[in-house]
Design a protein around this ligand. Structure first.
Ligand SMILES: O=C(O)CCC(=O)C(=O)O
Length: 309
């Protein structure tokens, strides 16, 4: 992990944020994508993801200018301003709510072009492909997350230990689903990074978690007999990303830093996934809408032949 300075700014634009040069049409050139993870590094990254259920990418992959625009887009959404005229999906947090609570807004890419550009960034697709060897990677849901610094003498927002799969019953058993968690701000240890329990994706669906629990220290999930509870902190620079498996136990404690922790949780699927009864309902309702659920690697031709859309 690159050792990086901590600043008060939302995003750092210094030389440690290596911008990816875009073609005039905004496309990331193929050669640059190859640099996101060199062919030599791919097998080790994939082995790490498969063994741990989490993979932290050490370098920023989202260009600094896009982070700045997406961050402004996040602020607009918290004010209820929707550049596209489209509001988010019904959300836990709404404009006017307490900004010290976890700000969690669903499908923010529908409301802001910069956020759509960030969640569709081909470097994410390229990395997701490298980790899974999938022919197709599609965004199927996104959450905007802002965790304000905890105020003195007050406990700040936390995310309880959970497995994503417990909330994803809309998808058939065995579906290949995972998450790219993109840091928009710097996420040092004191900002309350996501903490992943190494190897817990092999523990099966535990049925014990609660995303909304607010006492991470005491809300322990029991590790199965013989298994070790070992946490990996998702400390990331702005534009950095971690990938986690749908069964990996994770949560995050309060932000004890001085600036908001900003991120997107981008939920991804591959062609090895299918909604239950192939129904477009609940969290699987939007997958045929390329504006909200862009394909970020490959294309949907084989997937369409299998599940329609
Ligand atoms: O942002 C956090 O602290 C938790 C996010 C999360 O649960 C997820 O990305 O699946």
């Amino acid at each position: 992990m690159v050792e990086h300075e901590r600043t008060r700014s939302v995003v750092r634009t210094d030389s440690l944020v290596r911008p990816i040069p875009l073609e005039p049409d905004g496309v990331v050139p193929q050669g640059v994508l190859a640099m996101v993870l060199s062919p030599q590094d791919r097998p080790a990254a994939r082995a790490r993801y498969e063994a741990d259920g989490v993979y932290l990418h050490p370098d920023p992959i989202i260009p600094a200018d896009l982070l700045v625009r997406a961050s402004a887009g996040m602020d607009a959404l918290t004010r209820g301003e929707y550049e596209t005229g489209i509001p988010p999906e019904p959300s836990f947090w709404n404009p006017g709510d307490d900004p010290n609570k976890l700000i969690k807004i669903e499908i923010p890419q529908a409301c802001s072009r910069a956020i759509l550009a960030l969640v569709s960034h081909p470097a994410l697709g390229e990395l997701a492909h490298a980790l899974t060897d999938a022919a197709m990677v599609q965004v199927w849901w996104v959450q905007l997350l802002i965790k304000a610094p905890a105020q003195t003498n007050r406990v700040g927002a936390q995310v309880g230990w959970h497995q994503d799969r417990q909330y994803w019953g809309q998808w058939e058993e065995g579906s290949e689903l995972f998450t790219a968690w993109v840091a928009v701000s710097d996420v040092p240890e004191e900002a309350g990074p996501v903490r992943y329990v190494r190897g817990s994706h092999r523990w099966g669906l535990l049925g014990q978690g609660d995303f909304f629990a607010q006492d991470l220290q005491n809300q322990r999930i029991a590790a199965p007999a013989g298994q070790r509870w070992e946490e990996v902190a998702g400390v990331l620079p702005p534009g950095g990303v971690s990938f986690h498996h749908q069964l990996t136990v994770h949560g995050s404690s309060e932000n004890r830093g001085t600036f908001p922790r900003r991120s997107f949780a981008i939920h991804l699927r591959t062609e090895r996934s299918r909604p239950v009864n192939n129904a477009r309902e609940g969290l699987a309702a939007l997958i045929d809408d390329p504006q909200r659920c862009p394909v970020i690697y490959g294309d949907r031709s084989a997937d369409r032949a299998r599940i329609g859309g």
